[in-house]
Design a protein around this ligand. Structure first.
Ligand SMILES: Cc1cc2nc3c(=O)[nH]c(=O)nc-3n(C[C@H](O)[C@H](O)[C@H](O)COP(=O)(O)OP(=O)(O)OC[C@H]3O[C@@H](n4cnc5c(N)ncnc54)[C@H](O)[C@@H]3O)c2cc1C
Length: 236
């Protein structure tokens, strides 16, 4: 279906949110993603189609995606950055099962690596808008303080959040280091019925999948969202 671009706003120096009108009858569950098609001349090997999580809440009257821009962006991202308000963009139906469980009493651990924060933004905005209370422990790893986004949402959703910064400035008073199974298990102490959601660059999610299982989590406690082509992000 075609959606109309409303405009973009900065979340951080290299992270932007793109808003679109929400077509009547479009419904999705917080945490789902769409495929966006942006035809352009001479596309590079990253192509004309990209998957993006809907960072908006299903309760919003708009749809949004939030993405990161590299120093040398793909031709797709260059085209996205040049969209003018009013432009029509093709997106797919929403899909994916990186969504909270139906049982709202189940303890949840949310682990975001960098731009992998987008589904958690959608979920937490939804929880705040509907006043739904869930037991969520949120751990958010970034390279540096400049890349921290959506802090208002985490405060509003009333979740216990810890931000872990890989290369912090001297004034950073919070957790330092890279996301690891040891750090996650130590901070969250997940119970046997907890579900642990991990979202971020593919190599990071793969590494945490293996090490969290080694650290004692059962595989069916893990819900994973892999973002491809951010190979160098959050590299340890
Ligand atoms: C289910 C799912 C949900 C997703 N949700 C999101 C989301 O919410 N937000 C989001 O940002 N992404 C999301 N992604 C990932 C997204 O689809 C892209 O893979 C990602 O944004 C990288 O985009 P890009 O390839 O345009 O690279 P860029 O973002 O432009 O660049 C990433 C890196 O690749 C390098 N690079 C760029 N072009 C090339 C090239 N032609 N050759 C070699 N290197 C190149 C850059 O220099 C940079 O180091 C999701 C993916 C999936 C599967």
């Amino acid at each position: 279906m075609k959606v109309t671009f409303r405009g973009a706003s900065d979340e951080a120096s290299n992270i932007k949110t793109f808003k679109f009108d929400k077509p009547g009858g479009f419904s999705y569950i917080a945490g789902q993603f769409i495929e966006m098609t942006l035809p352009h001349k001479n596309p590079d090997e990253r192509g004309t189609k990209h998957w993006f999580t809907l960072s908006s809440s299903p309760t919003d009257d708009f749809l949004s995606i939030t993405t990161k821009f590299a120093e040398r962006s793909s031709t797709f991202k260059q085209t996205l950055a040049k969209l003018e308000p009013g432009a029509k963009v093709e997106i797919s139906e929403p899909m994916g099962d990186f969504i909270p469980p139906k049982d709202i009493s189940r303890p949840l651990v949310f682990v975001a690596g960098g731009i992998g924060v987008t589904p958690f933004h959608s979920i937490m905005e939804f929880l705040a808008a509907t006043n739904e209370k869930r037991n969520i422990r949120f751990i958010y790893g970034v390279n540096n303080e400049d890349e921290i986004v959506f802090q208002d949402t985490f405060a509003k959703a009333d979740v216990h959040a810890t931000i872990v910064v890989g290369e912090p400035s001297e004034s950073w008073g919070g957790e330092r280091g890279r996301l690891s199974a040891e750090l996650i298990m130590g901070l969250a102490e997940p119970s046997e019925d907890a579900l642990v959601y991990v979202s971020g660059p593919e190599p990071m999610v793969e590494m945490l999948e293996k090490s969290l299982v080694k650290a004692g989590l059962k595989h069916d406690q893990l819900v994973l969202d892999f973002f491809p082509n951010y190979e160098n992000d959050l590299a340890s």
